[in-house]
Design a protein around this ligand. Structure first.
Ligand code: ADP
Ligand code: MG
Length: 238
């Protein structure tokens, strides 16, 4: 992946990449220099570790990949679909069906319980619901147990949980219903080392079982060795 020459190579149709990005740039503000992103091609089932100093655009990159921001230039293809060519409704559906996102700020729904936050993707997507292979609640319970969230917390509002627990709820919500792509933005930033290791082991075990592609952003480079590939985002623009 991630080589310039590869993009000009003809690939067989059955080798649809999970993520393919070309010539991608984004501007938050027309007076600021554009953020530029490396071309990359992540095959299905492979795991990429993305690191770089704060402010280099890691979170912006994930928002572009999730179809939540429109690129200034370039193209993004997920599972063979050019997401910026979809209308807003179809893009939302595509995200709900195929992508689990762990946001840097979690984006949990504050008035919902732990369990309702985790099962939310199954209410938004029949595909995700069907992929649990059981009820959304029992799938949520398995994920929460694997992430060491005690049963006494499952029916509590998420705002009553600690930050480290909320981050694990966000992780369980991304994993439920086996989306083909997981985008994780500093998903272990609030976790102690036991919970960090528990989460990474669960993520990579489930990803292996389900042939999930993972793009994992972190500044903790000691984690990089767990992933198939790593790239660094460049310098903060002047
Ligand atoms: P990272 O995740 O690598 O720390 P970000 O993607 O959050 O980087 O930010 C990259 C740049 O984009 C920074 O200069 C930041 O100030 C700017 N930026 C991020 N989010 C916004 C926003 N909502 N509005 C304006 N500028 C933003
Ligand atoms: Mg960030």
């Amino acid at each position: 992946m991630n080589s310039q020459s590869e993009s000009s190579t003809q690939r067989p149709a059955d080798e649809t990449a999970a993520i393919e990005v070309k010539d991608l740039t984004f501007r938050w503000d027309k007076h600021q220099p554009a953020l530029t992103f490396p071309d990359l091609r992540l095959p299905q089932g492979e795991h990429l570790f993305l690191h770089g100093p704060s402010g280099t655009g890691k979170s912006t990159f994930l928002s572009l990949l999730a179809g939540m921001l429109p690129p200034a230039t370039g193209s993004i293809s997920l599972l063979g679909t050019a997401i910026q060519k979809l209308g807003a409704g179809k893009r939302d559906r595509f995200r709900a069906d195929h992508i689990g996102v762990i946001f840097q700020q979690f984006n949990l729904v504050p008035y919902l319980t732990t369990e309702a936050n985790v099962t939310l993707p199954c209410r938004l997507s029949r595909t995700r619901k069907a992929s649990t292979g059981e009820t959304p609640a029992s799938s949520a319970h398995r994920l929460l147990t694997a992430l060491a969230i005690p049963e006494s917390h499952w029916q509590r509002k998420v705002t009553q949980l600690s930050i480290g627990q909320q981050q694990r709820i966000a992780a369980a919500r991304a994993l439920i219903g086996a989306p083909e792509i997981i985008l994780a933005d500093e998903p272990t930033s609030a976790l102690d080392s036991d919970n960090r290791d528990r989460f990474i082991n669960l993520l990579l075990t489930l990803a292996e079982e389900r042939n999930t592609s993972v793009l994992f952003v972190s500044h903790d480079r000691s984690l990089a060795q767990r992933f198939h590939h790593q790239i660094q985002l460049g310098q903060v623009p002047a």
